[in-house]
Design a protein around this ligand. Structure first.
Ligand code: C2E
Ligand code: MG
Ligand code: MG
Length: 675
């Protein structure tokens, strides 16, 4: 490497250690560049002086009758000065050397500096050579003009050293020959005082050499310090810039979603809060319909592509100055100012639904849609806006895919009710304010009691009777799902004990377990453990699950297997309204199907219902599953079902859900019949 060779050949500097790092090498090259710059400056300044002194020497020679030699000498001196001038003006790529250059370029630049310095040294030597011929103008310092020439030679050599501190080899090359020629000529005269003067000239030469070398060392040190400081300042600036860039990148990552590039939840909340402080805003929460199936059927890679594409479409549909974010999973959010943009939320929501519904160019993602919840009033708290829009989204989802719903007073009341429920439920559970009622299930004859379905009941002091699905949802929000399940199980077990005591051990008690309970709680362990502890026969218990449970088969299959192995029966509730498939019946290990009451109530007036009930009865016979018809509300329903041969019947016409005390009559009748 040129820079390495150059450094090693440089006298007065120690060869760099092989381990010297790149920065060190660059620093040395920069010092050398500074030397060349200083050399060029000093030579350009010295040339006029050199020319003037040369002219004076030639004039004195002319005046003393030595004009021809003087003219030749002056011509030679001028020629060398011309070369020196051109050399100082010649382009040198090395002068553009910078600390941040790649090492290869820095080495090449440094090499060119080296070449220029060498050339300057050679020309300085030639100039010195010309000045060494001055004795020709004064007969070897014996003529009357000797004093003039001696003074000029000493002066010009002293000047060369004084101005040439940057690079010692140039002044040394210049002064060596003139001073040696002075000393030699003086010695040759043989006169004592001239010989002494010759010795003084040699001494003078040595002193000047030392000064030149010391000057260069000083120059190099000063240059090193300057470049060091510059490099340090630059690297500090770079470090500062890269630290800033890192902070920016970390901030970006903290506020943006890696996959889609949209704001993430934290980023969206942060920016949305800023917007809320300064103006009106409308919030839209988007949740994809059918995205889970995309992931399940086409895989996560396709799922990711869908999310990226949806994000692009949301971005493209976004009103000016609108904010878009991915809050997580397949949930997106948009915040914009309807008054500033003149775009009503209905237009935007319709546009977003249409954008998502477009087929995907490069891949098939099945039927994808989006449900949107809108909150159109600016609230002081973004969190309130998010939960209101979420409520609207929930309602929109319930209404079916590809729809939007505004958060209105109806939803506000519902939300407030849910919040009240959440707040009061734990207390109610602890105080025993909840009850479990039981509804009878009969055999085909409508008189033989075969089962009881446990149904939770809660009369809220202010809101009245709470629908069980709302209660179950509130329990999940309040984090008391497991306590509620344990409470209901205890009541179910108490009922089983009552039945056993009354000799009705064949009557089965059914308990509903929601998909969320099934997925999140170790239902199998809790139920089996409780039956064990109370020494109750598992065959007396039935767990009712809905078809939605099958949507998360992975999370529930093991639990259902355990329940089934323990001898507990599983019934598939509300059959017909979900996405039942034969495989889900098998996966859920169902022993029984309960036809949803919407197909049973008013059976006599609707052929479709009749067809479906007949089909389910046929399916039950085929697969060896028991079939229960729910919602038998009238004698007509009952007779139709009996005519169709439906083996089990449940409904208001046969018996309403009732508290344990009110069951006395039903159980008495059952006992009497059994007897
Ligand atoms: P489900 O399991 O299908 O329960 C039957 C529902 O239909 C009960 O409503 C019952 O009162 C009602 N019903 C029974 N016969 C008739 C009839 O002839 N006509 C009409 N119109 N309705 C009838 P309920 O008690 O309001 O429960 C609704 C749903 O709440 C239940 O549907 C069940 O999914 C859920 N649920 C009830 N109790 C519990 C519980 O303890 N735990 C869980 N996880 N869910 C429960
Ligand atoms: Mg049920
Ligand atoms: Mg049902």
């Amino acid at each position: 490497m040129a820079i390495w060779n150059w450094e090693r050949s440089d006298p007065g500097t120690t060869p760099p250690d092989r381990t010297t790092d790149d920065a060190d090498l660059r620093l040395r090259a920069l010092v050398r560049r500074d030397q060349l710059e200083a050399v060029r400056r000093s030579v350009l300044r010295a040339i006029p002086v050199n020319m003037l002194l040369g002219l004076a020497s030639a004039l004195v020679a002319f005046h003393s009758g030595n004009g021809r030699v003087g003219a030749v000498w002056y011509a030679a001196s001028t020629a060398v000065n011309l070369v020196r001038f051109c050399l100082c003006r010649a382009a040198c790529p090395g002068l553009a050397l910078r600390t941040d250059m790649p090492l290869g370029m820095a080495a090449a630049a440094s090499h060119s500096v080296d070449v220029h310095l060498r050339a300057c040294t050679v020309v300085a030597f030639l100039s010195g050579l010309v000045w060494a011929f001055q004795p020709l103008l004064c007969e070897g310092y014996t003529s009357a003009q000797s004093l003039f020439y001696l003074s000029v030679t000493c002066g010009i050599t002293a000047g060369a050293v004084t101005h040439g501190t940057a690079y010692a080899r140039i002044p040394l090359s210049f002064i060596l020959l003139p001073l040696m020629s002075v000393a030699l000529c003086l010695l040759l005269t043989g006169e004592f005082d001239r010989c002494c003067l010759a010795a003084c000239v040699v001494l003078y030469l040595l002193a000047l050499s030392r000064t030149a070398l010391e000057g260069e060392a000083g120059f190099r040190e000063a240059s090193r310090l300057k470049n060091d400081a510059t490099a340090l300042a630059r690297s500090r600036a770079e470090a500062h810039a890269s630290a800033n860039a890192l902070v920016d990148e970390m901030r970006r990552r903290a506020t943006h979603d890696d996959l889609t590039g949209l704001l993430n939840r934290a980023g969206f909340i942060q920016q949305a809060e800023d917007r809320l402080r300064s103006g009106t805003a409308c919030l839209l929460l988007l949740d994809l319909d059918g995205f889970k199936s995309v992931n399940d059927v086409y895989g996560h890679k396709t799922g990711d592509r869908v999310l990226v594409e949806v994000a692009n479409r949301v971005r493209a549909t976004l009103p000016p100055a609108g904010l878009a974010g991915r809050l997580g999973g397949d949930e997106f959010a948009v915040l914009y100012d309807p008054s500033a943009t003149g775009i009503p939320y209905t237009t935007l929501a319709t546009g977003l639904i249409a954008a998502v519904a477009q087929p995907f160019d490069s891949f098939d993602a099945g039927r994808l849609g989006v449900s949107i919840g809108v909150h159109a009033e600016t609230e002081s708290s973004l969190m309130d806006m998010l939960s209101f829009a979420d409520e609207a989204l929930y309602a929109s989802k319930a209404a079916g895919r590809n729809s939007f719903r505004l958060f209105d007073t109806g939803l506000r009341d519902r939300l407030e009710m849910r919040r009240d429920l959440e707040r009061d439920l734990s207390q109610a559970l602890m105080e025993g304010a909840l009850e479990v009622w039981f509804q009878p299930i009969y055999a085909l004859d409508a008189r033989t009691l075969v089962g009881l379905e446990a149904l939770v009941r809660w009369q809220h002091p202010r809101l009245g009777w709470i629908a069980p699905p709302d209660l179950i949802a509130a329990a999940a929000m309040a984090g008391v799902t497991e306590s509620l399940l344990r409470f209901i199980l205890d009541q179910v077990c108490r009922m089983m004990q009552i039945l056993r005591v009354q000799g009705l051990g064949t009557v089965r008690v059914a308990m509903n377990v929601s998909p969320r309970e099934m997925a999140q709680i170790p239902v199998d362990e809790i139920v089996i453990g409780r039956l064990d502890a109370l020494d109750l026969p598992p065959a007396m218990l039935e767990i009712e699950i809905t078809e939605e449970t099958a949507l998360d088969v992975g999370a529930v299959q093991g639990k259902l297997q355990a329940l089934s192995r323990a001898g507990i029966r599983v019934a598939l509730d509300d059959f017909g309204i979900g996405y039942s498939s034969l495989s889900s019946l098998r996966q859920l290990r169902a022993d029984r199907i309960k036809i949803d009451r919407s197909f049973v109530t008013g059976l006599g007036t609707c052929d479709d219902k009749r067809g479906l009930v007949l089909a389910v009865l046929g399916l039950g016979r085929l697969l060896g599953l028991e079939v229960v018809a729910e919602g038998v509300e009238s004698a007509e329903d009952l007779h139709m079902l009996q005519a169709m041969g439906c083996p089990f019947l449940q409904g208001y016409h046969l018996g309403r859900p009732m508290p344990v005390q009110a069951l006395e009559g039903t159980l008495f009748a059952a006992r009497t019949k059994a007897a």
